[in-house]
Design a protein around this ligand. Structure first.
Ligand SMILES: C[S@@+](CC[C@H](N)C(=O)[O-])C[C@H]1O[C@@H](n2cnc3c(N)ncnc32)[C@H](O)[C@@H]1O
Length: 233
């Protein structure tokens, strides 16, 4: 019996149904025979699918919660800020395929070593050791990108996204931002922190199109999807 089904709305995404009836997103592996973070691999009809853990990836968590704007189609270019050791970035690499590219920015040398390992098995992942606060230093990004994905857990998250978007995001491009309330303000109520961050994005020419609470997978996080006008107010 087949356990894998395609997602009708989100191209390149699949779902697996487990024996207990639970469903989880999976991606068709671009690098058969390799795992990135000990994820479960399911082989069906000769194809290898990697189970995408919503407790390990905020993008997977947002998908499980019904992310409506899904721009990760075949061949798109992605600037990924805060790639860490490549957990989520590797699933993005699966989704966009060999014709796409994901530029992975990470500033911590220790995790960069793991990321480099992942990039050696995936030709569409480009590692960049840099501070995302200074996009002017990314010499490896030669183009405007379709998507900026950001998960840096820093107090100046909105500012970092705006700086990168002004420089690298196409007008009409999509930004995804995982906002961690406690990284921005430990005392304020998460809802107030989220509203403040959204206000900054709106001022910078973004239209917020989706806002997802990531409980129970990540506490005090929301996941924002926004479209960039290209015109900063
Ligand atoms: C929450 S983790 C990212 C997890 C990753 N997105 C995933 O799902 O696989 C945040 C990462 O952002 C990195 N980071 C934080 N501030 C950064 C900055 N200014 N520039 C580049 N990387 C940064 C951290 O070193 C850390 O690896």
């Amino acid at each position: 019996m087949t356990r894998i089904r395609t997602d009708q709305k989100r191209h390149q995404l699949y779902w697996v149904r487990f024996d207990d009836g639970a469903e989880r997103p999976v991606t068709l592996s671009l690098s058969s025979g390799t795992q990135v973070y000990g994820e479960q691999v399911i082989t069906e009809e000769g194809r290898e699918f990697r189970v995408w853990d919503p407790y390990r990836s905020k993008l997977a968590a947002s998908i499980v919660h019904g992310l409506s704007v899904f721009a990760f189609t075949k061949g798109v270019s992605v600037l990924y800020l805060g790639a860490s050791s490549g957990t989520t970035a590797s699933h993005v690499s699966d989704l966009i395929g060999v014709d796409g590219v994901v530029y992975c920015v990470e500033f911590a040398p220790r995790v960069m070593r793991n990321l480099l390992q992942v990039c050696t098995t995936r030709a569409n992942m480009v590692p960049i050791l840099a501070d995302a606060y200074h996009p002017e230093n990314y010499l490896q990004v030669p183009e405007l990108v379709d998507i900026i994905y950001q998960d840096v857990a820093q107090p100046d998250q909105a500012e970092i996204l705006i700086r990168n978007s002004v420089r690298f995001l196409k007008p009409g491009g999509t930004a995804y931002l995982a906002v961690k309330a406690r990284s921005i303000d430990v005392v304020a109520k998460p809802k107030q922190v989220f509203l403040k961050e959204e206000k900054k994005l709106k001022h910078a020419g973004f239209t917020i199109v989706d806002r997802i609470d990531l409980e129970p997978f990540s506490s005090d996080h929301i996941f924002i999807s926004a479209i960039f006008s290209g015109e900063v107010c």
